[in-house]
Design a protein around this ligand. Structure first.
Ligand code: SAH
Ligand code: SF4
Ligand code: F3S
Length: 478
């Protein structure tokens, strides 16, 4: 780990989070001066790519931005400070960032005071940073996934110099608590329970860009959830790349199921979700806790990746087709009304038509409520990138289309089974297309649109599901 202390700031406290609060004060003065020069308040815009973990990180960035005096601007190109929190899980995620960055470069020409910061998973790849240093000189701040808590310090460093500020750490064992967060929703929130990943699935770049697995202290997690509940949050989503291995690295080890039981006890929290579960670590204890819980939602995201045991082995997933199907049976026996969703990759190196048919077979047997389907993307540095027999693109595309059709047909049928029932729904927003409707989410994660007053947002209400429209319902409150 490299932790470059900036000698300029010898007065700054060495311990965290005190050091960051020092820099928040400092950045606040600098922002105030800049805003006086501009004759108006300075604005920010954060764009988030990738998964829920990144979305949660962006809320932390936003917490710091607000604390130092920036206000939000909806139009990215008008903002004084633009932040891209990037993802690199598939190549097209990277391409999108470069594309948008090019446009932003033009916007910066007409607004030379604009600052641009890039952070997140893509920045953990050395070749990306090299490319930015060479061809995107207009970027002001570059930092990675391990030091986002230092954002205020980096803002201050940039504002006090004219140079590009780059601070990337290879890995960290540090978790800094008690920094500001600006939540996107008042009534629900993500909560990190662990960081990093140790699984090294052979196609996946996440362990390289998010570092080694480390669990947060359960006392800190519960304290955060208690505070959220006191602040009006009714639903929490516990976040980690593999929540089922939570607690293994703690001084006093604890299982994920035990953590869930603690979260269940927090007054005011009505719904608990979690993301993501690795099938190899999903314990009987967890199934049992889910079966008897009043608060854990009737939804489990259980990534399959492939239905072929041969491919699963090459993917280093450490379960077979049979073990996966057996796990699904055990979960359904304990929680009969559970909705199952998944992630599937097509075109992994060496995937044959027979392997693909095994995947289709699992899809038909499990009957997922929905599935995210991905075309395999070669990630430099992962073991799969060096594997021979990359599958030709036209073959992959054909399999992808066949899989998508199957997944969509099944999911429309599965979704429709709740028609006519009354469900508890968390009202989340005014409908995008029709302001007389509210959009709410059921325990099983399906959406329902129903007539209702915006004052109900954040409340759990009973809704009759009148008609199923494929992937969502239209309903009415009862
Ligand atoms: N930790 C989670 C997944 C995080 S990445 C888990 O283990 O389930 C989200 C999804 O992206 C993965 O489930 C996988 O389906 C997909 N993915 C990851 N790497 C990929 C790659 N190289 N090409 C295509 N899809 C990929
Ligand atoms: Fe990637 Fe596998 Fe870790 Fe998920 S469990 S983040 S797919 S390496
Ligand atoms: Fe992407 Fe990083 Fe998440 S690579 S999927 S944003 S952990």
């Amino acid at each position: 780990m490299t932790d470059p202390e900036i000698s300029l700031y010898s007065a700054a406290p060495a311990s965290e989070p005190e050091r960051q609060y020092y820099f928040m004060d400092r950045a606040k003065e600098l922002v105030k001066e800049a805003s006086e020069r501009a004759g108006r308040a300075l604005t920010f815009h954060v764009t988030t790519f990738g998964c829920q973990m990144n979305a949660r990180d962006s809320e932390k960035l936003e917490g710091i931005l607000r604390k130092v005096g920036y206000i939000e601007e909806a139009d990215e190109e008008k903002a004084d400070f633009v932040i891209y929190n990037t993802c690199t899980v598939r190549e097209n995620a990277n391409q999108r960032v470069y594309g948008r960055l090019g446009q932003l470069g033009h916007a910066k020409k007409s607004n030379p005071h604009m600052m641009i910061a890039l952070c997140g998973c893509m920045m953990q790849e050395p070749q990306v940073v090299e490319k930015l240093k060479k061809s995107y000189r207009f970027v002001d701040i570059i930092f990675g996934t391990h030091n986002i808590y230092k954002f205020a310090e980096l803002i201050a460093a940039r504002m006090e110099s004219d140079r590009m500020v780059i601070d990337i750490w290879k890995d960290t064992d540090r978790i800094v608590e008690d920094l500001p967060v600006a939540r996107k929703y008042p009534f629900k929130s993500g909560v990190n329970i662990m960081f990093g990943c140790n699984n090294f699935c052979s196609y996946c770049i996440v362990p390289y860009v998010r570092g080694r697995e480390r669990s947060r202290d359960p006392k800190m997690i519960i304290r955060e959830i208690e505070k959220l509940a006191a602040d009006g949050v009714v639903e929490v989503m516990l976040l980690g790349q593999n929540v089922n291995s939570y607690g293994k690295t703690l001084d006093q080890p604890m299982t994920f199921a035990q953590l869930l039981e603690e979260v269940e006890k927090v007054d005011g929290i009505r719904r608990i979700r979690f993301m993501t579960s690795h099938p190899k670590d999903l314990s009987d204890e967890l199934i049992e806790v889910m079966g008897r819980s009043e608060k854990i939602c009737r939804h489990l995201h259980l990534p399959l990746q492939s239905g072929s045991s041969r491919i699963l082995k090459k993917m280093n997933r450490r379960y077979t087709k049979e073990q996966y199907l057996d796990l699904v049976d055990r979960i359904r026996a304990a929680v009969p009304d559970i909705s199952l969703t998944t992630d599937i990759i097509v075109g992994f190196p060496g995937e044959t038509e027979e392997d693909f048919l095994e995947t289709l077979d699992v899809v038909r047997r499990v009957r997922y409520d929905s599935a995210f389907t991905f075309i395999y993307s070669k990630r430099t540095g992962t073991p799969a990138a060096a594997m021979e027999e990359q599958v030709p693109q036209d073959v992959v595309k054909d399999r992808f289309d066949r899989l998508l059709r199957e997944v969509q047909d099944i999911s429309a049928q599965v979704c429709a089974v709740h028609e006519g029932t009354v469900q508890e729904v968390l009202a989340e927003s005014v409908n995008d297309h029709d302001p007389s409707l509210l959009t709410g989410r059921m325990s099983n994660n399906l959406l329902v649109h129903f007539p209702g007053d915006p004052s109900l947002i954040g409340r759990l209400v009973k809704v009759r599901l009148v008609t199923c429209r494929g992937f969502y319902y239209l309903g009415e409150m009862v």
